[in-house]
Design a protein around this ligand. Structure first.
Ligand SMILES: [Zn+2]
Length: 252
């Protein structure tokens, strides 16, 4: 069993039906949270992901709409009686700041707190992040407002591939990260510095020769605008859709 559960799809300003962008990779052996936002416990419960089943968290970059939920998640795991270790993966820039943030909460003095392992990944293209029977995850630095990684997930059983741009301007690193993927999940916050428009995401999908493009991290609620999928179809001939909260992608 390998699936991806989209837990949130909004850009930095969430709305009632669209939480900030984050997702869970669920395998038989490991469950990996990609970013951790807001009050993550509520979405995880609704998605049927038990806190104790989470083995790893990959933090893509240190913006509040991607990491703000970590202190609460760690606190609640501890209160729920977690004993097994948890591994946090990310760039030095991200993990240094997360460590400082947790320091403000005095986490070193929480009695009986489970062990948290920091796996610091170098900012090199296609760096292995973790590997298990379910999937192999690689990361590459992308072009955002601060050090950020995008991901490539290769599923062991089905040999299928999913890529996630994370927050980025259009860049060659994402094209290479997503090369030949079955699904590219690409941000579509808009044509701003450090971000991408749907049309530009379509161009990246075409260059990477992916089969399917799913837009994420798009404006929602009162900020929603236009038909984003139609904009992406101008530059990409494959299947295009908008990722939705609680959407599940089966890679078994
Ligand atoms: Zn960001």
């Amino acid at each position: 069993m390998s699936k991806v559960i989209i837990l949130g799809t909004s850009n930095a300003i969430p709305s009632a039906d669209h939480e900030n962008t984050h997702m869970a990779l669920v395998g038989a052996e490991r469950t990996v949270l990609v970013d951790c936002v807001s009050n993550p416990i509520l979405r995880l419960e609704k998605a049927g992901v038990d806190l104790d089943q989470i083995t790893d968290i990959i933090l893509t970059h240190f913006h509040p709409d991607h990491v703000s939920g970590v202190p609460l998640l760690l606190l609640d795991m501890w209160l729920a009686g977690r004993r097994k270790p948890l591994t946090l993966h990310g760039l030095d820039y991200t993990l240094d700041r997360l460590e400082d943030l947790m320091g403000f909460f005095g986490w070193k003095k929480w009695p009986g707190f489970f062990s948290v392992v920091f796996h610091r990944v170098p900012a090199n293209e296609l760096t292995p992040v973790l590997e298990c029977a379910d999937f192999r995850i690689l990361c590459s630095p992308v072009k955002h407002l601060l050090p950020t990684i995008g991901l490539r997930i290769e599923f062991g059983g089905s040999r299928r591939v999913m890529a996630y741009s994370c927050d980025t301007e259009p860049c060659e690193q994402v094209v290479r990260l997503a090369a030949g993927a079955d699904v590219l999940i690409h941000e579509a916050a808009g044509p701003a510095i450090g971000h991408t428009s749907p049309e530009q995401a379509g161009t990246t999908a075409t260059q990477a020769e992916v089969a399917r493009l799913l837009l994420i991290h798009y404006p929602t609620g009162k900020y929603a605008r236009g038909d984003l999928a139609a904009e992406a179809r101008k530059t990409f001939q494959g299947t295009v859709g908008l990722a939705q909260d609680f959407m599940e992608l089966d890679f078994s």
